[in-house]
Design a protein. Structure first.
Length: 328
């Protein structure tokens, strides 16, 4: 597991999912104005390797740059630049940073299109998931007071995809992007329990596309952004669907389904709850931690968060030094 998956889960999920051209194309088709998208040949969509976010904002923002062409002029390129804002509140100065990023894109464009005689159009898109609705203008010129110098003020507006108050049924797109949008929405807003069945059904669709690595990414994101009980409840839902799962999907989740949180809950926590014995609860937590360690999917810190053990106790468990009498 990489540090990015743990320390920057929003960035990792966003960049992984929308680096898939099929997912990106679906996102643009579903969330950008139709009169704009119908001018662009998205069948020619291509992901660029460059990123333009300032170093100081990399924990708050992620970006992806795509090229395409106009439908009416196949030799005329166009950029689509999406900036994912993964902080809880809207930022007044987003327009200013967006202008800086666009200038960097134009600088780089001369390397890729050395014969250009005009600047290439950029469609700047801010994708926002925060807890508060976006309440700032999207126009750069609105950052200025009325000074009488309108002719020297740059004029552009970024497009805004505001998911802060989107309804669950309004989430659209390809399978993996729907899952990602649901999980990111839940990370910022909670209330994921009522979406478990929809998520489970979408997870089943991943198997049809062979998305084994995506499943791991989603599970890690869920474990990183949600509490222990939420993950356990989702595993329970997945168990209900397990009879319909086969192939790569089954092998990818069988550790969770048969040996992970569920086993610890059934063998320990449930025993403690029914019999009222603290020893049973402790045994269940220890068993859960052991199973999670054996899966080699979660970090020590994530296992500690999921089980209630301390990091030191998980480390002792790895070394075989922790048993029930020692447990708090």
């Amino acid at each position: 597991m990489s540090d990015d998956e743990i320390n920057n889960p929003h960035d990792k999920l966003f960049t992984t999912i929308f680096s898939d051209i099929k997912e990106a194309k679906s996102f643009f088709e579903n969330y950008l104005p139709k009169n704009l998208i119908e001018k662009i040949d998205l069948d020619c969509l291509n992901l660029e390797k460059s990123h333009f976010v300032d170093e100081e904002y990399k924990k708050k923002e992620s970006d992806l740059l795509y090229t395409a062409v106009l439908k009416t002029k196949k030799d005329e390129p166009v950029y689509l630049y999406i900036l994912f804002e993964h902080q809880s509140s809207p930022d007044k100065w987003m327009r200013f940073r967006m202008l800086k990023y666009m200038c960097r894109i134009w600088d780089e464009s001369f390397k890729n299109f050395s014969k250009q005689t005009k600047l290439i159009p950029i469609l700047p898109i801010v994708f926002y998931q925060g807890t508060n609705k976006w309440n700032y203008s999207q126009a750069f010129s609105d950052l200025f007071d009325e000074t009488g110098f309108k002719e020297v003020i740059p004029k552009f507006s970024h497009y805004l995809v505001d998911h802060s108050d989107i309804k669950d049924e309004q989430i659209k797109g390809e399978i993996k992007s729907q899952i990602a949008l649901i999980l990111m929405k839940a990370a910022f807003h909670g209330n994921i329990q009522n979406l478990f069945e929809r998520l489970a059904q979408l997870f089943l669709e991943i198997e049809k596309t062979g998305g084994i690595n995506y499943l791991r990414l989603f599970i890690i994101y869920l474990g990183t952004t949600q509490d222990k009980e939420t993950v356990i409840n989702f595993v329970n839902i997945m168990n209900d669907y397990s009879k319909n799962i086969g192939g790569n999907m089954l092998s990818a989740i069988e550790a969770f389904k048969q040996e992970g949180w569920q086993k610890g809950k059934q063998e320990g926590w449930q025993k403690g709850k029914q019999e009222g014995k603290q020893e049973g609860k402790q045994e269940g937590i220890i068993n859960t931690a052991k199973n999670l360690l054996s899966m080699l999917v979660l970090t020590t810190e994530q296992i500690a968060k999921a089980t209630g053990l301390t990091v030191d106790e998980v480390e002792k468990l790895k070394r075989g030094e922790l048993n029930i009498p020692q447990f708090r």
